[in-house]
Design a protein. Structure first.
Length: 179
């Protein structure tokens, strides 16, 4: 075989591999979005495709890990954001106490997600499901606190929306792995 033929073959094989893994992500996001109204297809694809492991995913199980790891790093950046918000000396005491709770909630969520990833790797899907659901509840609990007092606006609504959705994606993917 001449070398240009070999390189064409290699090129086409690589092309097929990359097309296939793009399919894994968009197929999985499509299925997740179809089954759960909380999941938006575009959010799912755009959030996960940035991770190189999503590009090389050969099945939805690989994407579960990507989704959980994305949520873990999200929980820690939300934690840093809360620390920054708390440094404002002029905060209303009610908002300050909500933010302090939220800081703990997102930190607990991060450790639950770590447990969820381990459980998933051990194929203990029941535990993975319940700890990831708990992480999801943490962001809602945080958000709810701000709603309890009239006139108070949560500074973390956007964070709840993305964190909540990321966890919904992990749960949907775990569900698909079991099918
Ligand atoms: C959390 O993740 C979402 C989706 O990737 C992103 O839009 C948001 O900015 C992240 N939040 C933080 C605080 O990093
Ligand atoms: C958190 O975000 C999710 C997803 O957007 C939303 O369904 C949920 O109601 C929010 N939680 C609260 C308490 O607002």
């Amino acid at each position: 075989m001449n070398s240009s033929l070999v390189s064409s073959i290699v090129f086409f094989c690589l092309l097929i591999v990359s097309v296939r893994s793009a399919d894994v992500l968009s197929d999985s996001c499509g299925e997740a979005a179809k089954d759960d109204p909380n999941i938006k297809f575009d959010f799912c694809v755009s959030t996960l495709e940035g991770n190189p492991k999503a590009k090389s995913a050969t099945g939805v199980a690989d994407l579960v890990k990507v989704a959980i790891e994305t949520a873990i790093s999200n929980s820690s950046s939300i934690g840093s954001l809360i620390t920054k918000l708390l440094s404002d000396k002029g905060l209303e005491p009610y908002v300050r106490s909500c933010l302090q709770d939220c800081s703990e909630l997102y930190s607990d969520a991060g450790s639950n997600l770590g447990k969820g990833e381990q459980a998933f790797e051990g194929k203990d899907y029941g535990t993975a499901n319940s700890v990831i659901s708990a992480a999801m509840d943490s962001s809602s609990t945080c958000e709810d606190q701000f709603k309890e007092k009239k006139g108070v606006v949560s500074p973390l609504t956007k964070e709840n929306n993305s964190f909540f959705q990321l966890n919904a994606i992990s749960l949907a993917f775990i569900n698909m792995v079991q099918k």
